[in-house]
Ligand binder design. Structure first.
Ligand code: SF4
Length: 267
C-alpha cells in the first residue's frame, strides 16, 4: 500500500464512528501514520492488509523483529504531551518522564525538542526486551478515549478469537495456579504491584492491578470445588476502552507479563 487511500478502499466508508473517528478517511490516515491499530475498525478485513502495513496490528513476535518500532518511538517529538495524556509523571526541568510498569518504575529522558531517549528502569535496563516493545506501543498509541471504568472480557473485542487461547494458556491458567497455591500469602506477593479493590472470600479472590498508568487488569479467581470436580479458575478483564491504548496482542501480553512477574515473587 502506497497511501492511506489504498487502505480507505478496504473500508466500508460508512463513517459509523465505531473506531472513535468521525470518518473512515480519518481512520485510514491514522492507521497509515501508525497512530492507531487497524483492529479498531470492526469492519476492516485484517487479512487483506499487508503485514508490513498493519502497524500496531502486527503480532507481538513481529513487533520484536520490527526495528522500526524503536525508531517510531524515538521520533515522537510530542513525547512530553503524550506522557501527560497517558498519566505519566513529568519532570520538565530535568526532562524526565516516569511511569509505573507492573512492579517496575520506568524512566525515560527526553531531548529538548521533545523526542524520547532509551527506556530504563530506575535500577537499569528493562528485564525483558518485550517490555520495551509494550511501553513503546503505549506511547505510540497515545490513547485518547477516556477509560470507561467498566471491565469486560477479551471476547468483547473484535478479532479476538486467536488471542483468547493465548490469554487463557499463558495468563489465566497459570495465574489460577499461582493464586491457588499461594492464596494464604497472596497479598504479600501482590504488594510489589499497585493493587486496588482487593477482596478475598471463601469462594475466591478479586483485585484490580495497574500495569501502566492507563492499563488495568481486573482479576477474578475462584478456588474451584474439588467435590464437584471444578478446578480453580481465573478470568482477566480489561477496561472497555483498553483498545484505545494498546492492541489486543499487547493487552494479552500485559496479562502474561503480570503473571510472570508475580510468579517470581514466590520463587
Ligand atoms: S469503524 Fe470502520 S467503518 Fe466505521 S467510521 Fe471507523 S473506519 Fe469507518
Amino acid at each position: 500500500m502506497k497511501s492511506y487511500l489504498d487502505l480507505l478502499k478496504l473500508l466500508p466508508k460508512s463513517n459509523c464512528g465505531e473506531c472513535g473517528f468521525q470518518s473512515c478517511l480519518l481512520f485510514a490516515l491514522k492507521v497509515f501514520n501508525n497512530e492507531v491499530s487497524p483492529e479498531k475498525c470492526p469492519y476492516l478485513p485484517l487479512e487483506n492488509i499487508p503485514q508490513e502495513f498493519s502497524g500496531k496490528g502486527l503480532t507481538f513476535n513481529q513487533h520484536l523483529d520490527n526495528l522500526n518500532l524503536r525508531e517510531i518511538f524515538r521520533n515522537l517529538n510530542d513525547f512530553p504531551e503524550r506522557a501527560r495524556n497517558l498519566g505519566c509523571f513529568i519532570n520538565s526541568e530535568q526532562r524526565i518522564v516516569q511511569l509505573p510498569y507492573l512492579d517496575l518504575k520506568i524512566q525515560i529522558f527526553y531531548e529538548e525538542r521533545g523526542n524520547p531517549q532509551a527506556l530504563k528502569t530506575l535500577s537499569g535496563e528493562l528485564p525483558d526486551p518485550r517490555d520495551e516493545i509494550l511501553i513503546c506501543n503505549y506511547f505510540i498509541f497515545n490513547g485518547k478515549i477516556p477509560l470507561s471504568g467498566q471491565f469486560v472480557g477479551l471476547e468483547t473485542f473484535s478479532h479476538c478469537t486467536s488471542k483468547l487461547k493465548t490469554l487463557s494458556r499463558y495468563a489465566e491458567e497459570p495465574l489460577a495456579e499461582i493464586l491457588s497455591d499461594h492464596s494464604l500469602n497472596i497479598e504479600k506477593g501482590l504488594s510489589a504491584f499497585e493493587v486496588n479493590e482487593f477482596t478475598q472470600s471463601s469462594s475466591g479472590i478479586s483485585f484490580l492491578i495497574k500495569v501502566l498508568p492507563k492499563i488495568f487488569l481486573k482479576v477474578h479467581f475462584w478456588y474451584g470445588e474439588e467435590e464437584e470436580n471444578l478446578p480453580p479458575s481465573c478470568k482477566i478483564l480489561y477496561d472497555r476502552e483498553a483498545l484505545s491504548y494498546l492492541d489486543l496482542e499487547c493487552l494479552v501480553f500485559c496479562a502474561e507479563r503480570f503473571v510472570e512477574r508475580l510468579r517470581e515473587k514466590f520463587i
